[in-house]
Design a binder for this molecule. Structure first.
Ligand code: AMP
Ligand code: GLY
Length: 435
């Protein structure tokens, strides 16, 4: 397993339960408990290759986007190693928003209308030539979540374009600027495992990207997720598969960049139907933790089948009935810089709450007087996942566990899953017979 976040901990945890012996590079204090950590960074490709050989790894699973976009899968293929994930060329669906739009156009996949500009001046001229309306300004390349600015109107958009142009990263990461129609509606995440031909669609779920309760504050990597989401019924789910996921996989194959791995669609459910906001080339985080808690079937079997291009031959995966909720616990300062190295207490108590698994997102084990202690080592620090027979029950369990955990500066959103729970309540009230 390559990576060091809660997504990688959840994948390692599930693969270990499926019978695999797991090595995680570089991992965290959580992955050390489900296998062995290897002191190799996720961007040290020769180091990862040597480690996979040394430990006779039969399958390498790549968690984060950066090594995928950097070509780790291409290298492992060249060296005859089995690896789960897309090639660098295919990972461009996440790494380049302009490339993503090309694929969507080729597959006739619904998405926001957009224009592309090679210079800030061109983008500004365009904004000034048309009606003042809400738009979204996007930098083309990977920008760790900082490349997207949702704007109420022209003035904000012009400012966003100029800010991008001033950013030193722009020269390397984002030579192209996209101006996109602003869409409206609830956002959902839908992922599919694919071998380039066959897709296995995973249950839709909802992330919480804003830092604070009520969806306010700065954008983050995701502060919590829940599944299932009542915003996607069976008909919408079928529509997403048929009109978005399948045509995207086919468009990539026809473009000679077949996609193998996890295709992650960030969608907006607009009044005109589901539309693509973005594609990622990997599992979502915290979506992955939430799904792993619900997956009954063997993940190992699914990933093996995808790598061997025989996904059509495996049984449809089965999922635990009920719901799962993941609450991300972050360190003071996130999504900005955070102080690290603070001891985390109460992890065992939290893990003892019924239905709860605590996944580590950014922790490190350090020597303490009574053995190793986990300390925080980044912004999103823990992902506390609970399963339950309903969303409300899973939410209660997750927050009971969160209350057991303490470190200096720890915080989390208090309203994870509320959108789903409220929506279920409204739907139930609407179908109640009149008295
Ligand atoms: P992205 O990194 O492309 O997922 O964008 C980050 C966030 O910006 C998304 O989760 C949305 O909330 C928002 N966003 C992106 N594109 C649009 C759009 N066309 N209309 C409205 N909101 C958007
Ligand atoms: N949670 C959103 C993402 O992983 O990109």
């Amino acid at each position: 397993m390559v990576g060091s976040g809660a997504r990688e901990h959840a994948l390692a945890w599930k693969l270990a339960r499926d019978g695999a012996e797991v090595f995680t590079a570089p991992g965290n204090a959580g992955t050390a408990a489900v296998g062995e950590n290897l002191p190799v960074a996720a961007d040290d490709f020769p180091g990862l290759l040597a480690a996979a050989r040394k430990h006779a790894c039969e399958l390498t699973v790549v968690g984060p986007e950066a090594p995928l976009v950097g070509g780790i899968v291409d290298l492992f293929h060249r060296e005859g190693m089995r690896v789960f994930g897309p090639t660098a060329a295919a990972a461009r669906i996440e790494g380049s928003k302009a490339f993503c739009k090309q694929i969507l156009r080729r597959g006739d996949v619904p998405t926001a209308l957009h224009r592309e500009f090679r210079s800030a001046a061109g983008a500004v001229e365009y904004l000034e030539s048309r009606d003042d309306m809400p738009v979204v300004v996007k930098a083309d390349g990977l920008a760790a979540g900082k490349g997207v600015v949702v704007c109420a109107g022209r003035a904000e958009a012009v400012e966003a374009v100029n800010a991008l142009a001033r950013d030193p990263q722009f020269a390397v990461a984002a030579r192209t600027i996209l101006i996109e129609e602003r869409l409206d509606g609830p956002e959902v995440s839908v992922m599919a495992v694919t071998d380039g031909r066959t897709i296995v669609t995973l249950p839709p779920l909802q992330d919480h990207k804003a830092a604070h309760d009520g969806d306010v504050g700065p954008n983050t990597g995701g502060m919590g997720a829940y599944c299932p989401t009542p915003f996607v019924d069976a008909a919408t789910s079928a529509e997403i598969e048929a009109r978005i996921l399948v045509p995207t996989v086919h468009a990539m194959r026809r473009s000679n960049v077949p996609f193998h791995g996890v295709l992650f669609a960030g969608l907006m459910l607009t009044p005109q139907g589901p539309k693509v906001l973005e594609f990622n080339a990997r599992f979502g985080d915290p979506e992955c933790e939430t799904l792993m808690a619900l997956l009954d079937s063997s993940l190992l079997e699914i990933l093996d089948a995808a790598v061997d291009r025989r996904l059509e031959s495996i049984a449809v995966p089965t999922w635990r009935p009920g719901a799962a909720v993941t609450v991300v616990m972050a360190s003071e300062g996130y999504p900005g810089p955070v102080a690290k190295g603070r001891a985390i207490r109460g992890l065992d108590e939290a893990a003892a709450v019924d239905g709860v698994t605590v996944f580590h997102a950014a922790t490190r084990a350090v020597a303490g007087p009574d053995g190793p202690v986990a300390v925080n080592d980044g912004g999103r620090t823990l992902a506390v996942t609970a399963v339950g027979d309903s969303l409300a029950n899973a939410k209660r369990r997750a927050y009971s566990a969160v209350r057991c955990i303490r470190w200096d500066g720890a915080w989390c959103r208090k309203d994870i899953a509320d959108k789903g729970i409220d929506r279920e309540r409204i739907a139930a009230a609407a179908t109640e017979p009149e008295r």
